[in-house]
Design a protein around this ligand. Structure first.
Ligand code: DGL
Length: 277
Protein backbone atom coordinates (compact mmCIF):
# COMPACT_ATOMS: atom_id res chain seq x y z
CA UNK A 1 0.00 0.00 0.00
CA UNK A 2 1.53 3.36 -0.92
CA UNK A 3 1.04 6.49 1.12
CA UNK A 4 2.43 9.96 1.23
CA UNK A 5 3.56 11.03 4.69
CA UNK A 6 3.94 14.61 5.83
CA UNK A 7 6.17 15.93 8.60
CA UNK A 8 3.15 17.59 10.21
CA UNK A 9 1.35 14.26 10.63
CA UNK A 10 1.35 12.63 14.06
CA UNK A 11 3.39 9.66 15.26
CA UNK A 12 1.21 6.63 16.02
CA UNK A 13 2.08 4.61 19.12
CA UNK A 14 0.25 1.49 20.27
CA UNK A 15 0.30 -1.24 22.87
CA UNK A 16 -2.12 -3.80 24.23
CA UNK A 17 -2.84 -1.37 27.04
CA UNK A 18 -1.15 1.11 29.35
CA UNK A 19 2.36 -0.38 29.06
CA UNK A 20 3.26 1.62 25.99
CA UNK A 21 2.91 4.75 28.11
CA UNK A 22 6.41 3.93 29.37
CA UNK A 23 7.57 4.33 25.74
CA UNK A 24 5.38 7.37 25.11
CA UNK A 25 6.98 9.04 28.14
CA UNK A 26 10.43 8.65 26.55
CA UNK A 27 9.17 9.68 23.10
CA UNK A 28 7.64 12.90 24.44
CA UNK A 29 10.89 13.71 26.22
CA UNK A 30 13.03 12.99 23.13
CA UNK A 31 10.69 14.60 20.58
CA UNK A 32 8.71 17.31 22.41
CA UNK A 33 7.87 19.07 19.15
CA UNK A 34 6.03 16.07 17.69
CA UNK A 35 2.32 15.19 17.88
CA UNK A 36 1.46 11.73 19.18
CA UNK A 37 -1.62 9.53 18.91
CA UNK A 38 -1.45 6.74 21.48
CA UNK A 39 -3.79 3.79 21.16
CA UNK A 40 -4.34 1.26 23.93
CA UNK A 41 -5.96 -1.93 22.62
CA UNK A 42 -7.33 -2.57 26.10
CA UNK A 43 -10.39 -4.44 24.87
CA UNK A 44 -7.99 -7.18 23.74
CA UNK A 45 -5.30 -7.03 26.45
CA UNK A 46 -3.23 -8.73 27.60
CA UNK A 47 -1.49 -9.84 24.39
CA UNK A 48 1.24 -11.77 26.17
CA UNK A 49 -0.74 -14.92 26.80
CA UNK A 50 -2.46 -15.00 23.36
CA UNK A 51 -1.44 -16.83 20.19
CA UNK A 52 0.83 -15.20 17.61
CA UNK A 53 -2.01 -15.22 15.07
CA UNK A 54 -4.26 -13.33 17.44
CA UNK A 55 -1.64 -10.68 18.24
CA UNK A 56 -0.73 -10.40 14.57
CA UNK A 57 -4.36 -9.78 13.62
CA UNK A 58 -4.80 -7.19 16.38
CA UNK A 59 -1.60 -5.35 15.45
CA UNK A 60 -2.70 -5.17 11.81
CA UNK A 61 -6.15 -3.94 12.75
CA UNK A 62 -4.85 -1.25 15.10
CA UNK A 63 -2.10 -0.12 12.74
CA UNK A 64 -4.57 0.05 9.88
CA UNK A 65 -6.78 2.30 11.98
CA UNK A 66 -3.89 4.61 12.94
CA UNK A 67 -2.76 4.88 9.32
CA UNK A 68 -6.21 5.30 7.77
CA UNK A 69 -7.95 7.40 10.41
CA UNK A 70 -5.06 9.43 11.81
CA UNK A 71 -2.67 9.53 8.84
CA UNK A 72 0.33 8.76 11.04
CA UNK A 73 3.77 9.44 9.54
CA UNK A 74 5.42 6.66 11.51
CA UNK A 75 4.36 3.85 13.77
CA UNK A 76 5.93 2.90 17.09
CA UNK A 77 4.95 -0.59 18.21
CA UNK A 78 5.33 0.06 21.95
CA UNK A 79 4.86 -3.59 22.82
CA UNK A 80 7.46 -6.37 22.85
CA UNK A 81 4.82 -9.03 22.29
CA UNK A 82 3.31 -7.32 19.24
CA UNK A 83 6.76 -6.52 17.85
CA UNK A 84 7.80 -10.18 18.07
CA UNK A 85 4.56 -11.45 16.54
CA UNK A 86 3.74 -8.81 13.95
CA UNK A 87 6.43 -6.32 13.00
CA UNK A 88 7.33 -8.22 9.82
CA UNK A 89 3.65 -8.25 8.76
CA UNK A 90 3.30 -4.53 9.43
CA UNK A 91 6.44 -3.75 7.42
CA UNK A 92 5.18 -5.87 4.55
CA UNK A 93 1.84 -4.09 4.54
CA UNK A 94 3.31 -0.56 4.71
CA UNK A 95 6.75 -0.80 3.09
CA UNK A 96 7.22 2.96 2.90
CA UNK A 97 6.03 3.76 6.43
CA UNK A 98 8.82 3.97 9.02
CA UNK A 99 7.93 1.42 11.71
CA UNK A 100 9.87 1.16 14.98
CA UNK A 101 9.49 -1.86 17.23
CA UNK A 102 10.56 -2.77 20.74
CA UNK A 103 12.75 -5.68 21.68
CA UNK A 104 14.19 -6.70 25.04
CA UNK A 105 17.52 -4.92 25.61
CA UNK A 106 19.63 -8.08 25.82
CA UNK A 107 22.57 -6.72 23.88
CA UNK A 108 23.17 -3.56 25.96
CA UNK A 109 22.57 -5.60 29.12
CA UNK A 110 25.23 -8.16 28.17
CA UNK A 111 27.65 -5.38 27.27
CA UNK A 112 27.10 -3.52 30.56
CA UNK A 113 27.11 -6.59 32.81
CA UNK A 114 30.16 -7.15 34.98
CA UNK A 115 28.95 -10.41 36.47
CA UNK A 116 27.86 -11.60 33.01
CA UNK A 117 24.55 -12.76 34.42
CA UNK A 118 21.54 -10.97 32.92
CA UNK A 119 17.92 -11.36 34.02
CA UNK A 120 15.10 -11.01 31.49
CA UNK A 121 11.47 -10.51 32.51
CA UNK A 122 8.98 -10.69 29.63
CA UNK A 123 5.67 -12.16 28.59
CA UNK A 124 5.57 -15.87 27.83
CA UNK A 125 4.72 -15.05 24.22
CA UNK A 126 7.79 -12.82 23.78
CA UNK A 127 10.13 -15.41 25.30
CA UNK A 128 8.71 -18.15 23.06
CA UNK A 129 8.91 -16.08 19.87
CA UNK A 130 11.29 -16.89 17.04
CA UNK A 131 12.47 -13.29 17.08
CA UNK A 132 13.55 -13.54 20.73
CA UNK A 133 15.27 -16.90 20.14
CA UNK A 134 17.26 -15.41 17.26
CA UNK A 135 18.32 -12.49 19.46
CA UNK A 136 19.34 -14.85 22.26
CA UNK A 137 21.31 -17.09 19.87
CA UNK A 138 23.30 -14.11 18.59
CA UNK A 139 24.42 -13.31 22.14
CA UNK A 140 25.40 -16.82 23.22
CA UNK A 141 28.73 -16.73 25.04
CA UNK A 142 28.45 -13.05 25.95
CA UNK A 143 26.48 -13.60 29.18
CA UNK A 144 24.24 -16.10 30.95
CA UNK A 145 20.61 -15.09 30.51
CA UNK A 146 18.07 -15.98 33.20
CA UNK A 147 14.66 -15.87 31.50
CA UNK A 148 11.46 -15.34 33.45
CA UNK A 149 7.99 -15.50 31.89
CA UNK A 150 5.86 -13.21 34.03
CA UNK A 151 2.35 -14.60 33.56
CA UNK A 152 -0.31 -12.25 34.90
CA UNK A 153 1.97 -9.31 35.64
CA UNK A 154 1.02 -7.13 32.64
CA UNK A 155 -2.64 -7.89 33.36
CA UNK A 156 -2.31 -6.85 37.01
CA UNK A 157 -0.58 -3.60 36.02
CA UNK A 158 -3.20 -3.02 33.33
CA UNK A 159 -6.08 -3.36 35.72
CA UNK A 160 -4.38 -1.39 38.49
CA UNK A 161 -4.31 -4.34 40.91
CA UNK A 162 -1.36 -3.08 42.91
CA UNK A 163 -1.44 -5.90 45.47
CA UNK A 164 -1.37 -8.60 42.79
CA UNK A 165 1.39 -6.79 40.88
CA UNK A 166 3.50 -6.63 44.09
CA UNK A 167 2.95 -10.29 44.80
CA UNK A 168 3.85 -11.35 41.25
CA UNK A 169 6.95 -9.14 41.14
CA UNK A 170 8.19 -10.63 44.41
CA UNK A 171 7.49 -14.16 43.17
CA UNK A 172 9.25 -13.72 39.83
CA UNK A 173 12.26 -11.89 41.27
CA UNK A 174 12.71 -14.66 43.82
CA UNK A 175 12.43 -17.33 41.11
CA UNK A 176 15.25 -15.73 39.12
CA UNK A 177 17.89 -16.13 41.82
CA UNK A 178 20.40 -13.74 43.37
CA UNK A 179 20.69 -10.08 42.36
CA UNK A 180 23.71 -7.88 42.96
CA UNK A 181 27.27 -7.14 41.91
CA UNK A 182 28.92 -10.32 43.18
CA UNK A 183 30.02 -13.23 40.98
CA UNK A 184 27.07 -15.30 39.81
CA UNK A 185 24.52 -12.61 40.63
CA UNK A 186 22.25 -10.80 38.16
CA UNK A 187 23.53 -7.25 37.81
CA UNK A 188 21.37 -6.26 34.79
CA UNK A 189 17.63 -6.85 34.66
CA UNK A 190 15.98 -6.40 31.28
CA UNK A 191 12.34 -5.32 31.45
CA UNK A 192 11.17 -7.07 28.28
CA UNK A 193 7.57 -5.90 28.46
CA UNK A 194 6.63 -2.25 28.27
CA UNK A 195 4.23 -2.63 31.20
CA UNK A 196 7.03 -3.49 33.64
CA UNK A 197 8.75 -0.06 33.84
CA UNK A 198 5.48 1.15 35.33
CA UNK A 199 6.36 -0.95 38.40
CA UNK A 200 10.07 -0.14 38.05
CA UNK A 201 10.39 1.34 41.57
CA UNK A 202 8.90 -1.77 43.07
CA UNK A 203 11.25 -4.02 41.08
CA UNK A 204 14.27 -1.89 41.95
CA UNK A 205 13.43 -2.23 45.66
CA UNK A 206 13.18 -5.98 45.28
CA UNK A 207 16.47 -6.46 43.41
CA UNK A 208 18.45 -3.88 45.36
CA UNK A 209 20.70 -1.00 44.32
CA UNK A 210 23.42 -3.06 42.59
CA UNK A 211 21.23 -4.29 39.74
CA UNK A 212 20.43 -1.98 36.84
CA UNK A 213 16.98 -2.11 35.24
CA UNK A 214 16.91 -1.70 31.44
CA UNK A 215 13.78 -0.47 29.73
CA UNK A 216 12.96 0.10 26.07
CA UNK A 217 11.64 3.66 26.11
CA UNK A 218 14.88 5.65 25.71
CA UNK A 219 16.48 3.51 22.93
CA UNK A 220 13.18 3.31 21.06
CA UNK A 221 12.68 7.06 21.18
CA UNK A 222 16.24 7.62 19.89
CA UNK A 223 15.61 5.14 17.09
CA UNK A 224 12.36 6.95 16.24
CA UNK A 225 14.28 10.22 15.96
CA UNK A 226 16.78 8.54 13.62
CA UNK A 227 14.15 7.06 11.30
CA UNK A 228 12.25 10.35 11.14
CA UNK A 229 15.46 12.18 10.31
CA UNK A 230 16.32 9.68 7.58
CA UNK A 231 12.83 9.99 6.10
CA UNK A 232 12.94 13.80 6.26
CA UNK A 233 9.89 13.76 8.54
CA UNK A 234 11.29 15.24 11.76
CA UNK A 235 9.62 18.49 12.83
CA UNK A 236 11.91 21.38 13.77
CA UNK A 237 12.48 22.06 17.48
CA UNK A 238 10.60 24.81 19.23
CA UNK A 239 6.99 23.88 18.58
CA UNK A 240 5.16 22.20 21.47
CA UNK A 241 3.57 19.00 20.19
CA UNK A 242 0.25 17.51 21.25
CA UNK A 243 -0.74 14.08 22.51
CA UNK A 244 -4.03 12.30 21.97
CA UNK A 245 -5.01 9.19 23.92
CA UNK A 246 -7.33 6.54 22.52
CA UNK A 247 -8.53 3.24 23.93
CA UNK A 248 -10.53 0.34 22.55
CA UNK A 249 -11.49 -0.56 26.12
CA UNK A 250 -11.74 1.20 29.46
CA UNK A 251 -10.97 4.85 28.73
CA UNK A 252 -10.87 5.80 32.42
CA UNK A 253 -8.10 3.25 33.07
CA UNK A 254 -5.87 4.75 30.38
CA UNK A 255 -6.68 8.28 31.56
CA UNK A 256 -5.78 7.40 35.16
CA UNK A 257 -2.51 5.77 34.11
CA UNK A 258 -1.52 8.67 31.84
CA UNK A 259 -2.10 11.10 34.69
CA UNK A 260 -0.20 8.96 37.17
CA UNK A 261 2.84 8.16 35.04
CA UNK A 262 3.07 11.01 32.56
CA UNK A 263 1.30 13.81 34.41
CA UNK A 264 -1.05 13.99 31.41
CA UNK A 265 -4.54 15.02 32.45
CA UNK A 266 -6.75 14.71 29.41
CA UNK A 267 -9.87 12.95 28.19
CA UNK A 268 -9.35 9.59 26.53
CA UNK A 269 -11.32 8.96 23.35
CA UNK A 270 -12.95 5.64 22.67
CA UNK A 271 -11.54 4.12 19.47
CA UNK A 272 -13.18 1.40 17.39
CA UNK A 273 -10.67 -0.03 14.91
CA UNK A 274 -12.96 -3.01 14.38
CA UNK A 275 -15.56 -2.66 11.65
CA UNK A 276 -18.37 -3.96 13.87
CA UNK A 277 -16.99 -3.44 17.35
N1 DGL B 1 3.21 -4.34 26.96
C1 DGL B 1 3.29 -5.49 26.16
C2 DGL B 1 4.70 -5.99 25.93
O1 DGL B 1 5.60 -5.17 25.90
C3 DGL B 1 2.25 -6.55 26.26
C4 DGL B 1 1.78 -6.97 27.57
C5 DGL B 1 0.58 -7.84 27.40
O2 DGL B 1 -0.40 -7.35 26.85
O3 DGL B 1 0.64 -9.03 27.79
O4 DGL B 1 4.93 -7.14 25.75
Amino acid sequence: MSRCAHAAAPIGVFDSGVGGLSVLRALRAELPQEDFVYLSDAAHAPYGERTDDYVNARALRVADYLVAQHGVKTLVVACNTATAAAIHTLRERWPSLPIVGVEPALKPAAAASRTKVVGVMATRSTLQSAKFKTLLDKLQGQARFVLQACDGLAGAIESGEAGTAELLCARYVQAMGGFGAMDGQIDQLVLGCTHYPLVGDLLQNLVGPHTTLLEAGPPVSQQTRRVLEQAGLLLPQGIAGTTRLLSTGNTAALGGSALRWLGLGMPVVSAQPDPHG
